[in-house]
Design a protein around this ligand. Sequence first.
Ligand code: HEM
Length: 416
Amino acid sequence: MHAEKMLLSGPKFKANPYPTYAWLRENAPVHCRVSRDGAARMWFLTRYEDVAAALRDAERFVKDVRTAMTPEERARAPEPPPLYRLLTHHMLNADGATHARLRGLVNQAFSARQVETLAPRLREIAEDLMAGVVGRGRMDYVHDFALPFSIAVIAELLGVPERDHSRFRAWSHILMAPSSDNARNVRKTERLQRVMVDFVRYLEELCAERRRAPRADLITRLLEAEEAGDRLSTEELYSMVLLLTIVGHETSVYLLANQTLTLLTHPAVLEAIRSDRSLIAPAIEEAIRFDGPVERATMRFAAEDICLHGQTIRRGDAVSLVLASAHRDERVYREPERYDLARGGPRHLGFGLGAHYCLGAPLARLEARVALETLLERLPDVQLAIPYEALRWQTNPIVRGPKTLPLRWRLPAMQL
Ligand code: HEM
C-alpha cells in the first residue's frame, strides 16, 4: 500500500476507516499530505501516545494559525473578511489567555453540578419525542430522535425559542461543512455566505430582544459580559453562540446514534444493560472509545518545528489528531476491535484532553444516558431495520456517524 495514495476521505473510506488507520499506525504514524498546489502540508497523527501528547501540548500544537506566525508573517497575513470574523472568534480557535477568558465565561453553565439540574427537562424532551414515534413501529433514529433532542437541549440552554430550532439546525449544519470543500465550490461558498448573513441577522435580533427583556438563559448572561466592556466583544459573542450550537449538537447527535448502533450490534451487552442499569455509564464510555462521534480533533498548527518518529513537522503546518485511530491502537488497548465493558487501558480521548477538553462533556454524558434509558424503557425489542453494511456515513472529516439509522420494533397486538 502507498501511504500517499491511500484514501483518507469520501464515502468509501468513511464506511470503514479503521483498516486504513491500522495501516498508518503501523507504517506511517506521522503521515503527511501536501495540498495540490504544494503550498500547504497537513500531518496525520494516529498512535494513542502521540495523539494524547499533542492534545496536552497547547504550547507547540496551537489552534489559531496566527499564533504559529512570526510578527512579520502576522503583519503580512491577509485579514479574514468581516463576516467570517464575526463567527470564528471562539475558544476552539483561540490559544493562551484569550482561550482562558472565553472559556471562563461559560465554564460554570456547563459544570457537572449545573448540568445535573437539567436532567428532568432532558427526560421530558426525550419522552415527548419518543411518544411521537412509538406507535409507528419504525423510525430513523438520527432524524426522528437524536437530532431534535440534541438541538432542543442546546437551544434551550442558550435561550433560542422553540419556533426557531429547525432554522437553527439547518444553519449550523451548513456552517459546519468543511471549509476546503466550500472554497472549491463557488456555489457552495455563496450559499455559505448567505447562511452567515442570515445567522448573524438572527443573532442581532435575538440579542436585541434579550437586551429589552433579559431571561435566565446563556445568551442573556453573555450579553451582560459583553456590556461590561472588556470581557467579550460582539464578534466573540456571536462566535460563542455559533460554536456552542455546532459542537453542542453535531457531536451529540452522533454520540447518540453511534452508541445505539453499537449496542444493537452487540445484543449480549444490550441484554446485560437491560438487567443491570449500573452498566449504562461504562457502556457509554466504551461506545465513545469503540466508535465515537469525533473521528479527528479539530485542526492544530505547529508553533515550532517538531520532530516525531523521524519526521519534521514544520512551523505553521496543519496537524490532524486522529482520535478514532488512537482508540484502536493495539499498543495501549488489548483487542481494541472488541466492544468490551470490562476493558482496561487508558482513558479514551473522545472528549479531547488538555486545554480544549470538551466543555460539554457532562452535558453530552447526560444526553447519552437519558437517550439510552428512554430507548430501553419505551422500545424493549428495538432492532436495526437495515443490515449494518447498508448504512451510509457522514463524509465530514471530523464527525463519525451514520447519515440515517433506521430502527424497527414490534407494535403491541390491538386490544379488542
Ligand atoms: C453536549 C453538548 C456539547 C457541548 C456544549 C460541547 C462543547 C465543546 C466546546 C465549547 C469545546 C471547545 C473547548 C475549548 O476550546 O476549550 C469542545 C471541545 C471538544 N468536544 Fe465537545 N461539546 C459537546 C458535545 C460533545 C460530544 C458528544 C463529544 C464527543 C463524544 C465532544 C467532543 C469534543 C472534543 C473531542 C473536543 C476537543 C476538540 C479539540 O481539541 O480539537 N463534544 N466541546
